[in-house]
Design a protein around this ligand. Structure first.
Ligand code: DOR
Ligand code: ZN
Length: 346
């Protein structure tokens, strides 16, 4: 197959940031994606409905003329979050999910949740109204090895939490392990998982073997090869509980190439070409549309997108810009480390 037409995709986990960075990276997503679930980990975080409405306005104001893109807003769950405010933001159609960051888990997560008792009223209300919880699934306990943090989170936090709040709809964000793959499939219709582009491409050797490569450092950190293969099997399985959330997370190069480098891979520019290559390599091109354009919308109870995306395969590998030059500084584009023959037409 050399050409592929799929329904226009949705990115169900995206960091757009704010200000000059937002301006620089938004076209990279809007070019291919109709909608995206927008992460709320700004400084300060997007906690209230009013803050989400203002952030949505800033995103739409940054959208270049002639581009269509619908930001699907989320709220950052804190121990001070007001259940009535969350319910009102959901009822108005503004907010599509609430994001749980365990305190200290990742970029700008210090306002996250340490004491789950404090957020029970919000979670109970979310279960009542069917508003999904997006979960960054890693424990932050210093004693737990960073490569074990997702698996330990599932056993010690997520499973007890789901038992405590029956009916809560949960998306396990950016799963990176066989345990995440298995748990997501075991939870019935109220549980799903997003998978990133980069976790389908790299394992921990790519970050650490033969020199440290900061542009491959993200959270959750990529695991060993067997886990990457489990993620590829899950993404290409056709199962509705797995869908695309790129976690494209821009940081300027100066903060990636640093003594204490930021976590995040910037994949907005070349995600769809890379995914087509991965699905072709797994002999599953017919399942790309489900993963990138159907399963996520179905879980979020959104109508499917009307438009289409046309992908073309060329014998010569595609080239992408090495960096996106934003007014905030240059942002390196993710390099999958293998030739990508697919590109988006137009
Ligand atoms: O790699 C990551 N970058 N993982 C996250 O959870 C946050 C994100 C960011 O905001 O930079
Ligand atoms: Zn993220």
């Amino acid at each position: 197959m050399t050409t592929l037409m799929i329904r226009r995709p949705d990115d169900m986990h995206l960091h757009l940031r704010d200000g000059a960075m937002l301006q620089g990276v938004l076209p990279e997503s809007a070019r291919h994606f109709a909608r995206a679930i927008i992460m709320p980990n700004l400084v300060p975080p997007v906690v209230t409905g009013d803050q989400a409405a203002a952030y949505r306005d800033r995103i739409l104001a940054a959208l270049p003329d002639g581009m269509a893109f619908e930001p699907l807003m989320t709220l950052y769950l804190t121990e001070g979050t007001d259940a009535d405010d969350v319910a009102a933001a959901h009822a108005s159609g503004l907010v599509k999910a609430v994001k749980l960051y365990p305190a200290g888990a990742t970029t700008n997560s210090h306002s996250g949740v340490a004491n789950f008792d404090a957020v029970m009223p919000v979670l109970d209300r979310m279960a009542d109204i069917g508003l999904p919880l997006c979960v960054h699934g890693e424990v932050t306990t210093p004693e737990v090895d960073i490569f074990d943090r997702e698996a330990v989170f599932i056993d010690t936090v997520l499973a007890p939490l789901r038992a405590r709040v029956p009916g809560l709809r949960v998306i396990m964000e950016h799963i990176t392990t066989q345990q995440g793959v298995d748990y997501a499939a075991s939870g019935g219709p109220d549980l799903a998982a997003t998978i990133t582009t980069h976790h389908l491409c790299i394992n921990r050797n790519h970050i650490l073997a033969g020199g440290i490569r900061p542009h491959y450092y993200c959270l959750p950190v990529a695991k060993r090869e067997s886990h990457r293969l489990a993620l590829r099997r899950a993404a290409t399985s056709g199962k509705a509980c797995y869908f695309l959330g790129t976690d494209s997370a821009p940081h300027v190069d100066a903060l990636k190439e640093h003594a204490c480098g930021c976590a995040g891979c910037f994949t907005a520019t070349n995600t769809m070409g890379i995914l087509a290559q991965v699905f072709e390599d797994e002999d599953a091109l017919d399942r790309l549309e489900g993963f990138s354009s159907a399963h996520g919308a179905a879980f979020y109870r959104l109508p499917p997108n009307a438009g289409q995306l046309h992908l073309i395969r060329r014998d010569a590998p595609e080239t992408y810009p090495e960096k996106i030059l934003t007014e905030a500084g240059p942002v390196s584009v993710f390099n999958p480390g293998f030739p990508v023959h697919w590109h988006v037409a137009g």
